[in-house]
Ligand binder design. Structure first.
Ligand code: GSH
Length: 245
């Protein structure tokens, strides 16, 4: 008997590409890591979700849960698959620290690079908003950008100069690279939840569409490039084969 499906509400990337949302990609990689079957429903407006952000799930009992970390905790309780069960207290602490680094700072540096940096905004605007009717396209796109700018100001990173943001972000990318210099996954030979988080961020740092110092720092690290490839082969093998062709 197949297990009841989890409905995964997430942004859906263009065919042949991985999710532009590190949080959506993290959760999808985690579902693949533990082998729980799921069905994707494309999110148009994240405001429809329980917390106004993607991803969220509806579990096999019909309950909605939002936030990638809280979803993972919920599913571990519900289904009993915990890929981190064997971690030492130290590995667990590193996983917590890496998750905070990626989600509470690097994510915001990447957000700045994509949405506020003027050159990348010229790339993002048509890519994210190009399908909207012309009459509302500029207003919606500019309104969204103003929302991101306000978020970055409130978070704090958006108060720094472009050079300072790049310095902070590059240092974080290099820290991630150093943690992966002597091992395939953060805790050694097997991937865990923190790898889903870190790998999804590395994929997004390396998204070819956007050019910025964080991407260049990731590209300069053979360890991060190998990590990118390792996760792709493990969780999205069809895409790995297509990219290798
Ligand atoms: N802490 C949340 C963060 C989710 C998040 O920030 N999602 C972004 C996409 S990467 C989003 O939905 N943004 C839309 C918005 O803020 O309106 C998680 O782990 O799921």
């Amino acid at each position: 008997m197949t297990a009841p499906q989890i409905i995964l509400h997430q942004f859906v990337p263009p065919p042949g590409m991985l999710n532009f949302s590190p949080f959506c990609l993290k959760l999808e990689a985690w579902l693949k890591l533990v082998g729980l079957p799921y069905q994707v429903v494309a999110v148009g407006d994240p405001a429809e979700g329980p917390k106004g952000k993607a991803p969220w799930i509806v579990d096999a009992t019909g309950r909605s849960v939002a936030d990638s970390t809280l979803v993972i905790d919920h599913l571990i309780r519900l289904h009993g698959h915990d890929p981190d069960a064997r971690l030492t207290p130290r590995d667990r602490a590193v996983a917590t620290a890496v998750t905070a680094l990626v989600e509470e700072r690097l994510y915001f540096a990447l957000l700045w690079c994509r949405w506020i940096d003027p050159a990348n905004w010229q790339v993002l605007k048509p890519a994210y908003f190009g399908d909207l009717p012309e009459a509302i396209r500029d207003a919606v796109a500019d309104g969204s950008r103003a929302g991101v700018e306000a978020t970055l100001k409130a978070q704090g990173l958006g108060r720094h100069s472009p050079e300072e943001i790049a310095w902070i972000g590059v240092r974080d990318v290099q820290a991630l690279a150093a943690l992966l210099a002597d091992r395939p996954w953060l805790a050694g030979d097997h991937p865990g939840t923190a790898d889903c988080t870190a790998w999804a961020m590395v994929v997004n740092l390396l998204t070819p569409m956007f050019d910025h110092p964080l991407r260049r720092a990731a590209e300069a690290s053979p360890d991060l490039l190998a990590y990118h490839r390792r996760g792709l082969e493990r969780w999205f093998p069809d895409l790995a084969t297509a990219q290798a062709a």
